[in-house]
Design a protein around this ligand. Sequence first.
Ligand SMILES: *Cc1c(COP(=O)(O)O)cnc(C)c1O
Length: 380
Amino acid sequence: MFERVLEGIRDLFPGSAGTIPLHAPWFDTADEEAVMACVRSSFVSSVGEGILAFEQELAEYTGAGRAVAVVNGTAALHAALVLNGVGPGDLVITQAFTFIATCNAITYTGARPVFIDVDPDTFGLSPRALERWLERECRQEGGGCVHVRTGARVRACIPMHTFGHVAHIEEIITRCRDRGIAVIEDAAEALGSTRGGRHAGTFAPIGTLSFNGNKIVTCGGGGALLFEDPELADRAKHLTTQAKVPHPWAFQHDLIGFNHRMPNLNASLARSQLRKLPHNLAVKRALHDRYRELFADGPFRLVEAPPGTSPNHWLNAVLVRDRQERDTFLQACLEAGIQARPAWELATDQPMYRDDLKDDLAVSRELQDRCVNLPSSAHP
Ligand SMILES: *Cc1c(COP(=O)(O)O)cnc(C)c1O
């Protein structure tokens, strides 16, 4: 039924003999050497020059003032929320159309999420839907935003740059800043993506990244926080390294910190992978162009970059007609040895988040039914 498309996808990955993976990491001898050099040095754990060097290189690449490396993207989100004083009884706005890590990080702090719809052009949090919910359900009180019915403080908002497409982040930040709501950009999927030439994750005071195995570059597990304010970055470093007060020998800690630091072994691989990012971006752009040719005459609509943005094309996506066509296509991909995937089930459909506050989620629901991600590795 989808023969032409399935054959077209196979042709894009001539190197894949078996099943074409959705997104495989790519390592070369430089990566192997970086890992081995770290092992030989014996500094594989919490101390080592790779960590600081990676933080500097990452800040330089993204144009962030500072970067702090952590153990994964979920830990980065958690630390970002704690740095903003989010805790039990608070509300944090995010999108229901996201990977579950965004929602779980909120819950770890004792706060609860509020689910707002996404935009049909970016698949990221909709500034208009955000404004509508805030206007209808909240009021300003004592310099902050309070949800009227529950009396809970809306302390933060986490928009997510879905599949590497940059959300309407400036509008989101304006609406939140006016109300004293902190913005944290979940840029886990968007390293290398820009809007107006500015990198995803550097618009808000804090942005977070992930270097998990399925992301555009990987160090096995890893994450980072991006900051403009060096003082906030110093606080983040302290908080994520057990809050130890610097001293040649004494074990003194001035608050309850976290062991969220990135090991030097991971940082060594992360540095080597970051050098490949420009290459990966170029390969993925070319792959996206070929997907555009493949879907020029249908049968599905390829998801394109929002105007004014340059995405990293982390995961290519198409929109099919409905959930039934989606499942028929996914089954056909499975049989053809092509690893395609539906988008996430909405967080509001997961048992842990069923009873949380939410707005109308019409666009999110439609994307959940109609979105299919296609193989997008950076080494076809
Ligand atoms: C990958 C990802 C994360 C964080 O993932 P980790 O596996 O913890 O590094 C967070 N949010 C989104 C949207 C992601 O895709």
